[in-house]
Write a protein that binds this ligand. Structure first.
Ligand SMILES: [Zn+2]
Length: 440
C-alpha cells in the first residue's frame, strides 16, 4: 500500500500529450479519446502525425478481429496509430518556476540586442526568425526569454531536427538553468519531469498536443527533407493557440524568409568574439580518389606541421573511404567519420583530444561542431549546396583564442552555390562592420 502511494506521488505527469497506454496517467485530465486513426470526411486522418495522405495509410484484413485494420506508416516509429486502439490526449497544465540561470560571462552587444528581441517575442507571443551567423552565440541569446517564460508559467520547448544539436544545446542549457526541471527527449530518452521545459528533437513534438506557449527551433533548416511542411505542422500542433515561435539559423531557406512577417527577421551578422567570418578561398583541383595526389598530400602535411586541425569534407562515403586508405599510409593522424559510423562519437572526441590531426568527413560535421585551431577543406565543392558551404565555413575560427583560419573550396568549376556562399559571408561581415559589432 505504502509503496503504491509513494510511486503515485513521485511519478511524472503527462500534460498536453498523446498517450497510448492509459495506465501511464494518474490525475491528468483527458480531453480527447478516439482511435489513433480516424475517418474524417471520408479520408483517414492520423491523430499523432496529422497526416491525411493516402499513401501513409496501410490496410489489411484481420481475421482475428474480423475487421479491416488501417494504420499510419508515417509515424510508426513513434508508436502505432490504427483505427482499432484508442489513444488519449490530455489537457495541458501550467506550472511556474523561478527561471533562474547562471551565465559565467557577459553577453556581447549583439547578443544583448538579440536577447531583447527574443524577450519581446516571448512576452507578446509572436514569431521571429533569428538569421544569425555561425558562431554568433545563439544559445545564450535565448536564456532571458526562457527565464521570463518559466516565471510566467509558460511551457517552453527548445527543439532541433538534429540529435547532435539537441545533445550539445541541452548540455549548455542545463548548465545554465541548474535548478529547473528540464526534460531532454530524443530517441530512447524518457521524460523524467512534467514536460514544462523540454529540449528535444522536432520528432518528439509529435507526442505533444496544444501544450507549448513558446517553441524555439534551433537549426530550423537542418530538417532532413529541407523545409518539409510536416515540420511546421508538428510545431503548430504541439503549440497552444496563442504561441511564440523563435526560429534560429545561419542559413535560412527562401521559403522560411517568405513565411515570416515583415519586421520579424532579426539579422545577427557578428560572431560573439567580434571577429569577421573567414571568407572561403576557391581553387580549381580535380580530385582523384584512388591515388595520392601530391598537391593534397603536401597541403595536409603543411596543416599538420602548422599545428592546425583539418576537416576535409566529402559528398560521397565510398570516395572518402577510398581516399582514406591511400593517405593513411603517409598520414598516421588521419581518420574518417560518417553518420553510420558506429565509432562516430569516439572518433570525434579523439579529434578533440588531439589524437587525430586530419579528419575526413561527410556533411555530418557541417553543423554543431566547435574546436579551436580548425581549418576546413571541401573536396568537389561544386557538388555542395550554398547552405552546406556556409555551415562548413562556419566551423572555422569560432574560438576567441583562434578566431581565423583556412576555408578552402576545391572545385572543378565555380558554381552559383559557391558564389552565393561567399557573397553571403562577405555581406554579413560588411553588415557587422557597419553596425560596429566587429573589432579592428
Ligand atoms: Zn501518423
Amino acid at each position: 500500500m505504502h509503496v503504491f502511494f509513494y510511486w503515485r506521488l513521485f511519478e511524472i505527469k503527462h500534460y498536453g500529450k498523446l498517450i497510448i497506454e492509459k495506465n501511464m496517467l494518474s490525475n491528468e485530465k483527458i480531453r480527447h479519446i478516439s482511435p489513433g486513426v480516424i475517418n474524417k470526411k471520408g479520408c483517414w486522418y492520423c491523430i499523432q502525425c496529422h497526416t491525411q495522405e493516402k499513401r501513409h495509410f496501410y490496410k489489411y484484413f484481420s481475421t482475428l478481429l474480423d475487421k479491416e485494420v488501417v494504420y499510419c506508416r508515417n509515424c510508426i516509429n513513434l508508436g502505432r496509430m490504427d483505427n482499432i486502439n484508442e489513444v488519449y490526449i490530455t489537457e495541458t497544465n501550467v506550472n511556474m518556476s523561478q527561471g533562474i540561470y547562471h551565465l559565467p560571462f557577459k553577453l556581447s552587444e549583439q547578443q544583448r540586442f538579440a536577447s531583447i528581441k527574443i524577450l519581446e517575442a516571448v512576452k507578446n507571443l509572436t514569431s521571429i526568425l533569428l538569421y544569425a551567423v555561425t558562431g554568433a552565440g545563439k544559445t545564450e541569446m535565448i536564456f532571458e526569454g526562457i527565464s521570463f517564460a518559466r516565471r510566467k508559467g509558460y511551457n517552453v520547448a527548445v527543439v532541433s531536427p538534429r540529435v547532435d544539436v539537441v545533445i550539445e544545446v541541452s548540455l549548455r542549457i542545463k548548465a545554465a538553468f541548474r535548478d529547473e526541471a528540464i526534460d531532454v527527449l530524443y530517441q530512447g530518452q524518457r521524460q523524467c519531469h512534467n514536460g514544462h521545459f523540454v529540449i528535444a528533437t522536432v520528432h518528439q513534438l509529435y507526442r505533444f498536443k496544444h501544450h507549448f506557449d513558446v517553441i524555439i527551433v534551433d537549426e530550423v533548416d537542418a530538417f532532413p527533407l529541407s523545409m518539409d511542411p510536416i515540420l511546421f505542422d508538428v510545431i503548430t500542433h504541439a503549440s497552444k493557440e496563442h504561441h511564440g515561435h523563435i526560429y534560429m539559423t545561419a542559413t535560412p531557406p527562401t521559403k522560411l524568409l517568405r513565411k515570416m512577417k515583415e519586421g520579424s527577421i532579426i539579422t545577427l551578422p557578428a560572431r560573439f568574439h567580434r571577429q569577421p567570418l573567414p571568407v572561403p578561398q576557391f581553387k580549381y583541383h580535380k580530385i582523384k580518389f584512388h591515388k595520392i595526389q601530391r598537391f593534397l598530400m603536401k597541403l595536409l602535411k603543411q596543416q599538420i606541421e602548422a599545428d592546425r586541425y583539418t576537416l576535409v569534407f566529402f559528398n560521397d562515403i565510398q570516395h572518402m573511404k577510398q581516399m582514406y586508405h591511400c593517405y593513411k599510409t603517409e598520414i598516421t593522424s588521419l581518420t574518417y567519420v560518417h553518420s553510420e559510423d558506429v565509432l562516430r562519437f569516439e572518433k570525434v572526441s579523439a579529434l578533440r583530444k588531439g589524437e587525430y590531426k586530419v579528419m575526413f568527413t561527410t556533411t555530418i560535421l557541417e553543423r554543431g561542431f566547435t574546436m579551436a585551431n580548425l581549418d576546413v577543406i571541401v573536396l568537389n565543392s561544386h557538388m555542395f549546396e550554398s547552405s552546406a558551404l556556409v555551415q562548413i565555413a562556419g566551423r572555422v575560427g569560432r574560438k576567441l583564442e583562434a578566431p581565423s583560419g583556412l576555408v578552402l573550396y576545391l572545385h572543378e568549376g565555380i558554381t552559383m552555390d559557391m558564389l552565393k556562399a561567399r557573397k553571403d559571408i562577405k555581406k554579413m561581415n560588411a553588415l557587422a562592420h557597419n553596425r560596429g559589432w566587429l573589432d579592428g
